[in-house]
Write a protein that binds this ligand. Sequence first.
Ligand SMILES: C[S@@+](CC[C@H](N)C(=O)[O-])C[C@H]1O[C@@H](n2cnc3c(N)ncnc32)[C@H](O)[C@@H]1O
Length: 395
Amino acid sequence: MSTTALATLEQARTLLAAMDWTPSVDLALRLTHAAELAISEDGSARRAVLVKDVLAWAQLQFKRRGGQLVEGNVLAVQRVKTEWELGKRLERDAEDGRRHHRGREETVKVNRVDFYQYADIGMTRQAAARYRRLAEMDWADIDAVLQAELQKGEDGHEITTQMALSLLGPPELEPIEGEGKAAVMALDAIDLLKSIRPASIDLLLTDPPYSTDVPDIVAFAEEWVPLALKTVRPTGRAYICTGAYPEEIAAYLDALGRQDALILEQVLVWTYRETMGPQPRDRYVLNWQAIFYLRGPEAPRLNCPLMIEQWAVHDLPSRPASEGHVHTWQKPMELAERFIRHSTEEGMSVLDPFAGTGTFLAAAVALGRNGLGAETDAHMLERCAERGLEIVRAS
Ligand SMILES: C[S@@+](CC[C@H](N)C(=O)[O-])C[C@H]1O[C@@H](n2cnc3c(N)ncnc32)[C@H](O)[C@@H]1O
């Protein structure tokens, strides 16, 4: 395998780092030409990552040396093209069940969730999802928009990957097809719920903000509950986890009593032994949460072969060491996995409009179900991304 062009590009990087030079369109064009050659001589995703990184680095150097917008944009067009190419390569490798690892091509068992060892080639799964989305488009369409921006010269905007991605328009707000995929929409739960086809979801499994975090729990429950339950199929189920505060339980009993999409079957309990905060003087320490359990009128039997899992009280630690607990709201995976196993089969859809750190969607993915969620908090979205969930931002 020839590595000439990449060596040239790497050499250019060293030279640019060492020498006294001034940014110019000519230099940017020469770099993009070297990048083009480097990418075309090797079909691996790893190579595309390297070339993309060199281009991003060069763009930064241009900026630091006072380069003009148009010089940076020349490099940016080539970088976006390399990312598009990278997306194509990731798609191809996923289909073939192959990967390029340490210069060798290997055949790997294609696990649809984590089909590519992204860290091996120096990128996150979130970035990989972005490149694969980019590759859904024809390069000619992306190029037309980027070239038009480039032609505006110094009057244009900085060319970004997002500029290309926004051509796709807002993502499809439908449950994802296929096994073990999940997306978290960076938007308000109400907007997500309004965009989902009625009776299209197999399982609503969610943990909305508690009465301590919303100004009016009655109005809040009244707004989101009917919208959410409408999305569930008559064969589906719903589990709504809430705080154990009397006013919160009352608000949910009221909202659930007003709808007739699903049957409110039971109030389950999740109890845990670890508690937080000071010892109250006149009250007991809350070490449980309520889980409103509903089923559709045509729901099949619960798939719950283990007696211990069919108890209405689920006694599970809130902070299993194995899960690297990071947030007070974070639910244990075991709890999520139980309800998902009991109520769905592989390939079915799980909806969590209040995703938080993404526990329920991550559990859905782990069990080969498809997850769809929403979350508005940037920190929570970061946690979801760290867990390998795709974050979808409407542009
Ligand atoms: C109790 S937490 C969910 C925790 C989650 N089950 C987990 O294991 O991490 C509720 C989440 O809902 C989010 N949230 C609150 N209001 C929202 C809204 N209107 N739309 C979307 N997310 C919202 C909060 O940011 C919070 O992360």
